[in-house]
Design a binder for this molecule. Structure first.
Ligand SMILES: Cc1cc2nc3c(=O)[nH]c(=O)nc-3n(C[C@H](O)[C@H](O)[C@H](O)COP(=O)(O)O)c2cc1C
Length: 178
């Protein structure tokens, strides 16, 4: 049997992003898979750009990655208690691509933030945005990593057993949904 295709999406573009680190842990917890890491460095959605040039190739690539994935994991910080601009922009572009790439896609959402609520408010906004995209969001306890700077070591590994346990449960459920 071929390996499941796992797509990970970080709502932070930062190289040293704690959400990227959390996605690394998610990849390990998910187990054997063909992993693709999405690149959300996309032009800003602009209806004029779309009309003049069509959907940009970087967006087409992302939409194909979503469409071809068996499972998707999104980890994003909240910015000012909301969804990050890059993640919202990616959702807006994806919604303009034919074929509803997220429709029925088993998807887990989580967040890591410096603050003490771990990005919970922003995570609710991410979940709201996935409703019109018709993603199949895997239910379960929310994973909101608070004070993220204290929860990863120098090797970018999560050191908090509670978070790792919640993550493990979420990845088991995601794998089972593929
Ligand atoms: C524009 C901006 C807004 C932020 N807003 C919040 C916030 O609402 N809540 C919070 O806990 N941290 C907030 N932070 C701090 C982030 O949690 C912190 O920078 C975190 O490391 C970002 O995630 P990353 O490491 O994946 O890039 C904000 C940071 C930035 C740059």
């Amino acid at each position: 049997m071929s390996k499941p295709k796992l797509l990970t999406i970080s709502g932070s573009l930062r190289k040293g992003s704690f959400n990227r680190m959390l996605l690394g842990e998610a990849e390990r917890a998910f187990g054997d898979a063909e992993v693709t890491r999405a690149d959300l460095n996309l032009p800003l959605y602009d209806g004029d750009l779309e009309e003049a040039e069509g959907v940009p190739s970087a967006v087409q690539t992302l939409a194909e990655q979503v469409k071809n994935a068996d499972a998707v994991v999104i980890s994003s910080p909240e910015y000012n208690k909301g969804i990050t601009g890059v993640l919202k922009n990616a959702f807006d572009w994806i919604s303009r691509v034919e074929g509803m790439p997220f429709k029925g896609k088993p998807t887990v959402v989580m967040s890591a933030n410096a603050g003490r609520t771990g990005g919970e408010t922003g995570q609710f906004m991410v979940l709201s945005c996935l409703v019109p995209l018709q993603a199949h969001v895997i239910p379960g306890p929310m994973l909101c990593v608070a004070a993220a700077g204290k929860e990863f070591n120098d090797d970018s590994r999560m050191t908090n057993d509670h978070y790792l346990k919640v993550l493990g449960g979420k990845m088991d459920a995601l794998r089972a949904a593929t």
